[in-house]
Design a protein around this ligand. Structure first.
Ligand SMILES: Nc1ncnc2c1ncn2[C@@H]1O[C@H](COP(=O)(O)OP(=O)(O)OP(=O)(O)O)[C@@H](O)[C@H]1O
Length: 306
């Protein structure tokens, strides 16, 4: 297994405040990695260190095989990564095309490389309709597409995205997200992402949850869901009293709200078994799958650190 990112015992101190408290993790090459945590957990601090923009206090970081060095410019690392932060770095007065080409030139790309790379990013980010417009005149979603294109013009091996879809309307969010996902799967690029949208984390290969500077959970979305979320079945009975009686007789733990009884199920098969045994009593039912939202809420509510 090849790792794009290796972090060992990383710490960051801001004066008295330790924002990142000795975290260690690896990111597999070509994977989609989601870095989650409540506000102030230390996500941006970590991502800025990995992107060579902020000095770590201690610990080791390796990016694409290069060790991050506090005392030099980490040129090789910078060449191999693309970064999209919450605030844009594009020039409002230049067109999208000018902005991106200008960026490409800073990497010393030849004219032919620039043209080929521009074509590549334009296809993924659908730049055709906005490339001649000044960046400052674009909508939030259009700006995001241009921001991501800028980060990709030198065809980096890793794309870092700090909350790439925050503030976008649902339709635009989906569009931007699909472009990111497509890039990752089709080009085998490693994508390192922070997000507050759990449906984005749900399709990641690996998820880490950070809380107050420490890793409190990590795994695939499925393993985290198994550990921290559960499926529920909502039941409506023809006769509430009889239904409730049946639950109690069978020692099934339940909650009730406005005549809807919720019971925890371990699998769809478990739900089916319950349904079969209470069939004459049941007027309607719904199986509600555990989500990454449940995972996040559960982890945040817990005090302990993994
Ligand atoms: N330059 C700074 N000086 C002092 N403290 C800072 C600085 N930057 C961040 N912090 C503190 O470090 C902690 C982690 O901040 P960070 O921005 O990394 O969190 P985050 O998880 O990215 O939050 P958000 O989801 O709100 O972006 C917070 O308590 C924050 O107040």
């Amino acid at each position: 297994m090849k790792f794009a990112i290796q972090v060992d015992n990383l710490r960051k101190q801001y004066g008295e405040h330790e924002a990142v408290k000795g975290i260690s993790f690896t990111v597999e090459q070509g994977s989609l990695f989601a870095f989650l945590g409540a506000n102030g957990a230390g996500k941006s601090t970590t991502i800025e260190i990995l992107c060579t923009l902020l000095k770590k206090s201690s610990g080791t970081v390796r990016i694409n095989g290069h060790t991050l060095d506090q005392n030099n410019h980490n040129v090789e690392i910078r060449k191999s990564i693309g970064v999209v932060f919450q605030q844009s770095l594009l020039d409002e007065r230049l067109t999208v095309h000018e902005n991106i080409i200008h960026r490409g030139k800073t990497y010393g790309l030849s004219k032919a490389e620039l043209a080929a790379n521009y074509q590549f990013v334009s296809n993924y980010l659908h730049l055709k309709d906005i490339e001649k417009r000044k960046y400052g005149t674009l909508s939030g979603g259009q700006k995001r597409r241009a921001d991501i294109a800028r980060a990709l013009i030198h065809r980096p091996q890793i794309l870092f995205l700090d909350e790439p879809t925050t503030g976008l309307d649902p339709q635009t969010r989906q569009f931007v997200w699909q472009a990111i996902k497509q890039l990752q799967t089709e080009t085998n690029m490693t994508v390192f992402l922070t997000t507050h949208y759990m449906e984005e984390a749900a399709v990641a290969h690996q998820v880490i949850v950070l809380k107050e500077g420490q890793i409190v959970a990590e795994g695939t979305p499925d393993t985290l869901k198994t550990q921290y979320a559960y499926d529920q079945m909502a039941l409506v009975f023809h006769d509430i009293a009889k239904g409730e009686n049946w639950l109690q007789e069978n020692a099934i733990v339940y909650t009730e709200k406005q005549g809807i009884f919720s019971v925890r199920v371990t699998s769809t098969l478990h739900a089916l078994t319950l349904l079969k045994s209470a069939e004459p009593l049941i007027a309607s039912f719904e199986v509600i799958k555990g989500t990454m939202d449940d995972v996040f809420i559960h982890i945040m509510a817990e005090g302990d650190v993994a």
